[in-house]
Write a protein that binds this ligand. Structure first.
Ligand code: OAD
Length: 249
């Protein structure tokens, strides 16, 4: 720990309202590459070729292929939650007051660990969305131009990955804004803080909020945090959350 975090933002040694934001760094040790690392998830693709509405209009097969590969990889048996995902779920089950986990990740590793109050602001890879009605369906198969609609089997190719592309509005922004304004503790884990509006959440927290960043590297947002923990999520997140729980005893 770089700084003593016991301060006026705690009530009897306890943070009441806790908001957590996670990014690709928390899943890196589970075998899912980050976006901007050297072996980045964009894997030689330019985001604008595979992660925009325009790309999907231009070449839906390419976009489907990109997400199909990621979905298959996510479902492979060697991908599983790590100690950081598990620690967040355990913390949530022990924390008696408000808790919200906002993730930018489209993997399901938080859900697999048992996290309950989770808002997937960039969508979920294991869901498909009807482009006509907006209805979402749990989805583990490949998607393609000939995929039948689950309700109307004659309608082909009307499903898209339930993910937020560049230029689209992330999910749940009003909820996130409200949770940020009320948070006593804001914890940002494994995010590079370059993609907005997620990168702005730290700015939405109030003056009473204790802001903590856990990341292996510095980010453009590091200065907005009172406490910066440099290290891997799998070791630092369980340690930090345990200290918080101990202090609340
Ligand atoms: P990035 O790939 O931009 O950043 C990952 C961050 O995790 C970096 O700051 C790394 O230093 C850090 N990191 C890597 N390994 C770590 C570890 N073991 N422990 C802790 N930190 C680690 O991923 P995001 O910030 O999640 O959006 O990217 C944000 C958004 O950009 C994504 O949700 C995605 C992408 O474009 C959309 O697709 C809409």
């Amino acid at each position: 720990m770089t700084e003593d975090w016991r301060g006026p933002y705690m009530v009897r040694g306890k943070f009441m309202k806790v908001l957590v934001l996670t990014g690709a760094g928390i899943s890196a040790e589970s075998g899912i590459p980050t976006f901007r690392g050297s072996d980045g998830l964009w894997e030689g693709f330019r985001p604008e070729d595979v992660a925009t509405p325009e790309a999907f209009q231009r070449d839906p097969a390419l976009v489907h292929r990109f997400y199909n590969e990621r979905r298959r990889r996510l479902l492979s048996p060697d991908i599983e939650p790590n100690a950081a995902h598990r620690a967040l779920a355990a913390f949530e089950s022990q924390h008696q007051d408000d808790f919200l986990l906002v993730t930018q990740n489209i993997d399901d590793l938080h859900q697999r660990s048992g996290s309950q109050k989770i808002l997937c602001m960039h969508g979920e890879l294991l869901k498909a969305r009807c482009m006509d009605s907006g209805e979402c369906f749990p989805w583990k198969e490949d998607l393609g131009l000939d995929t039948p609609h689950p309700r109307y089997p004659n309608r082909l190719g009307r499903l898209r990955p339930h993910v937020v592309w560049f230029g689209e509005m992330p999910f749940g922004l009003p909820t996130i804004e409200q949770a940020a304004a009320q948070a006593d503790l804001f914890l940002a884990i494994g995010t590079s803080a370059v993609v907005y509006p997620a990168a702005a959440i730290v700015q939405w927290t109030g003056p009473h909020c204790h802001r903590v960043e856990i990341n292996v590297d510095a980010t453009p947002a590091s200065q907005a945090f009172q406490q910066v923990i440099r290290g891997k999520a799998s070791s630092e997140v369980p340690k930090f959350l345990q200290e918080i729980l101990n202090a609340a005893q």
